[in-house]
Design a binder for this molecule. Structure first.
Ligand SMILES: Cc1cc2nc3c(=O)[nH]c(=O)nc-3n(C[C@H](O)[C@H](O)[C@H](O)COP(=O)(O)O)c2cc1C
Length: 394
């Protein structure tokens, strides 16, 4: 069912194929945001508000899209954001990691992912491991050390999760089984649903949902539901905790989900090497504006101190160029590659990365630049009132 389906020309087409291929509930779990969907909608709408200011002559015959992020050289300023739902395809995160490696870029693996970090890091030596703040300090360190031993070259810590489980679009319809109902009700952003529904459709049986990267030693994996329950009960991290974990890791360290200038400054003080300006793809606190609106003020404030990455709403190479022009070093993709994965497995993810690369190249050509490093606000038409400078006076 999930074989290669041939080339597609835009992410929108990958999305259409994903919609056709996946069970309806699985597809909606990938697409939808939390609550009313204000944030998820703004993530793409904000990119559409920005325009370009192209030149017509004196353009550059050669354009360079390569850069570095978290100590890794990447061939384009785009890499994979961690998501916990890649079991939409049997090869899941391993297929994504291979595709990223084939296109010369980095992979991020969610600790709620379906494949062990050992397999993913073997498929892409540029793998970052993502953790939520769950479990004891010893467990956090053990999990991190397992990822390090597996070859992970950077750590991403995501702390923008506020345990909101309501969605106006409704929950996927599922058979009457209490345990599954409970699991689905408490599942963050549909991590559990897609895998279960897909396997259910194919095998007509209930799979054993586990999170293999949450066991520190590669031993028995906790169930997904158990893991989520533990997360909900874990004391929430302070800025000192972030600094502590950063010290334990020692290497490249990203704090993901920063939306305010004051938080960005605290992240710098905590010693992080990178932040991602992100609203969790609109899956967290609904009403949080699009990260592209918060980016300029944050990049202004801390761009000289840490690497500023953006994720949320990136659907084409032009979006990447807009983010870079407003101060991002690189962007991470979420839904775009998930749709590619659903549409065509590894080849589908490669296809999405190729779309990004050629879109970036077209925009660079039109804007008269030979390198992504030459992009700046003068390349854009930025409507009045576009920005949302959060936490700037604090
Ligand atoms: C289905 C789904 C699952 C996600 N799971 C995680 C996760 O486990 N850890 C994490 O840090 N972010 C997670 N995210 C957020 C993404 O890493 C990223 O911030 C977001 O998808 C970017 O927005 P985009 O989908 O518009 O590209 C998830 C997002 C989606 C859509």
């Amino acid at each position: 069912m999930m074989g290669t389906t041939g080339w597609f020309e835009t992410v929108a087409e990958a999305q259409r194929r994903a919609a056709k291929r996946l069970p309806k509930s699985v597809y909606s779990a990938l697409v939808a945001g939390s609550e009313r969907g204000i944030s998820v909608d703004d993530n793409t709408a904000a990119f559409a508000e920005l325009g370009f200011a192209p030149h017509v002559a004196g353009l550059c015959a050669k354009r360079d899209t390569s850069t570095t992020v978290m100590g890794q050289s990447i061939s384009l300023p785009v890499f994979i954001s961690p998501t916990g739902v890649q079991a939409v395809h049997p090869d899941g995160e391993v297929a994504v990691a291979r595709a990223a490696a084939a296109r010369g870029t980095a992979m991020s693996l969610s600790s709620f992912a379906s494949k062990p970090v050992e397999d993913v890091a073997a498929a892409n030596p540029q793998t970052f491991f993502q953790m939520y703040w769950t479990g004891s300090r010893d467990e956090l360190v053990a999990r991190m050390e397992r990822a390090r031993a597996a070859g992970a070259v950077g750590l991403i810590v995501t702390t923008d999760w506020s345990f909101s489980h309501g969605r106006d679009w409704g929950s996927p319809s599922i058979p009457e089984r209490m345990d599954l109902r409970a699991m689905i009700r408490f599942a963050p952003e549909g991590i559990a649903r897609p895998r279960w529904l897909f396997d259910f459709a194919r095998a007509a049986k209930v799979p054993d949902l586990t999170a293999p990267n949450l066991s520190s030693d590669g031993g028995p994996a906790p169930t997904f539901f158990g893991a989520y329950g533990e997360w909900m009960q874990t004391p929430l991290p302070t800025w000192e905790d972030i600094a502590w974990l950063r010290e334990q890791w020692g290497g490249p360290f990203m704090l993901k989900g920063v939306m305010r200038v004051d938080d960005a400054k605290r992240a710098v003080d905590a010693g992080v090497s990178a932040i991602s300006v992100s609203n969790h793809g609109g899956n967290n606190l609904d009403g949080t504006p699009a990260p592209i609106r918060a980016l300029p003020a944050i990049a202004d404030a801390v761009g000289g101190d840490v690497e500023v990455v953006l994720d949320g709403g990136v659907r084409r190479g032009g979006d990447v160029v807009k983010a870079l022009a407003l101060g991002a070093r690189a962007v991470m993709l979420g839904r775009a590659y998930l749709w590619g994965l659903a549409a065509g497995g590894q080849a589908g993810v490669e296809n999405v990365l190729d779309i990004m690369r050629s879109g970036i190249d077209s925009a660079l050509l039109g804007l008269g630049h030979s390198s992504i490093h030459d992009l700046g606000p003068a390349d854009l038409l930025i409507p009045n009132g576009f920005g949302r400078d959060l936490g700037i006076d604090a």
